[in-house]
Write a protein that binds this ligand. Structure first.
Ligand code: KG4
Ligand code: ZN
Length: 356
């Protein structure tokens, strides 16, 4: 009997300020397009939801066309549509979800709503190895910081070992950057300014790393305040600004990597995956590699351009769901701005409804 080829999955991402569209079939990336409204938010110091939504409306169809053109395909070749249904900015999510429903209906193909953070977990599945099962995942994005135990990403419940009690790691980078007078978005600016400077110049706190603290729980708002207080208290400091920035960054990545490695060790899991926008941070990547090697763990981090939001990760997750026999999401799929991450797919008619 001839083997049925997998359908081409179109992935759509619009949860924040990036409009991403990509086409993936059978783990192979066929084409992609990305448009960002980041510059339009810079003067406000953070993402303005209405501006982001308007930019998505303007960019979405051109991105679909560009992704198809780069793949040498037409809309008629699309066999399934995957879309970020949440979490994210409500106004922004609505644009992607509405567009995905329209494409799926017009093309008469199945629709898969997916969780944005599960998309991050799938970011380097295209043109790469399957994910190890089980693995410990550290998600570090602008809105979330979590340590997870992940089995089969398409089928198994995702278990939270710990989350942040307050600010996310990316949010902490963005807020501290603002205090230090660096441009938005703060994470890449801190990363750039820290290079070549002394990470040990100042001993900023490492929150929740005491012996009696919850081992996998994070807290970054106190660190943010500590940096702000230090800057206020030392207006004429001889410590160069680059050293302050490098010391702050070191505190964040020290805590992230120490807790991630502890989770691997405690759960006797030999594979660590680090994803999300902050995973693009060069010091986090270097320290994680160094510590994983010392601990005998295998480390996987997507290429830097696949760490921040993009359409490829959503198409890759959609492709994984399709190939694992997942039933499509309900046709009345709704945007879920506050969706909790306990499974990769959202808007499932009957949870655990898998063909095989
Ligand atoms: O995953 P992402 O693109 O969007 C969300 O889902 O939130 O993450 C964006 C976050 C922002 O806070 C941004 O400052 C941070 O990732 N980020 C970085 C770097 N690149 C992006 N943080 C530290 N170093 C970087 N190189
Ligand atoms: Zn993200």
């Amino acid at each position: 009997m001839p083997v049925q080829p997998s359908p081409v999955v179109m992935g759509i991402e619009t949860s924040c300020d990036e409009t991403g569209v990509a086409l993936v079939r059978d783990g192979v990336l066929l084409g992609e397009a990305l448009s960002t409204s980041m510059d339009q938010h810079a003067r406000y110091g953070g993402v303005v939801p209405e501006i982001a939504a308007r930019a998505h409306v303007q960019a979405l169809v051109p991105c679909v066309r560009a992704a198809l053109a780069s793949a040498g395909l037409t809309a008629a070749d699309i066999g399934a549509v995957a879309v970020t249904a949440g979490p994210g900015l409500a106004t922004a999510l609505h644009v992607g979800v509405s567009a995905a429903k329209a494409y799926a209906t017009a093309l008469d193909v199945p629709l898969y709503g997916v969780h944005h953070l599960a998309g991050h977990l799938a970011a380097d599945l295209v043109d790469g190895e399957p994910l190890p099962d089980p693995l410990i995942a550290l998600i570090v994005s602008g809105g979330h910081t979590s340590l997870l135990r992940v089995g089969d990403l398409a089928r198994d419940p995702i278990v939270h070992l710990g989350d942040t009690l307050d600010d996310a790691a990316g949010e902490c980078f963005d807020k501290v950057a603002r205090v230090l007078g660096l441009p938005y978005p703060g994470g890449p600016a801190v990363d750039r300014e820290a290079v070549g400077n002394d990470p040990a110049a100042l001993a900023f706190p490492r929150p929740l790393t005491g012996r009696t603290d919850a081992p996998y729980t994070f807290s970054f708002s106190g660190l943010k305040t500590a940096v702000a207080r230090w800057v206020e208290a030392h207006p004429d400091s001889a410590v160069p600004a680059g050293d302050v920035i490098a010391s702050f960054q070191e505190a964040v990545v020290d805590v992230l990597t120490a807790k991630a490695i502890r989770a691997c060790r405690d759960h006797e899991i030999g594979d660590l995956l680090i994803v999300g926008g902050v995973a693009a941070n060069s010091r986090l990547r270097a320290l994680a590699a160094q510590r994983c090697e010392a601990a005998g763990l295998r480390l996987r981090i997507p290429a830097r351009k696949r760490c921040t939001d993009n359409g490829v990760m959503i198409a890759a997750l959609g492709d994984l769901l399709v190939r694992s026999g997942a039933a499509p999401s309900r046709p009345d799929l709704a945007a879920m701005p506050g969706a909790f991450l306990d499974q990769a797919q959202l808007g499932v008619a009957h949870p655990a409804q898998h063909a095989a």
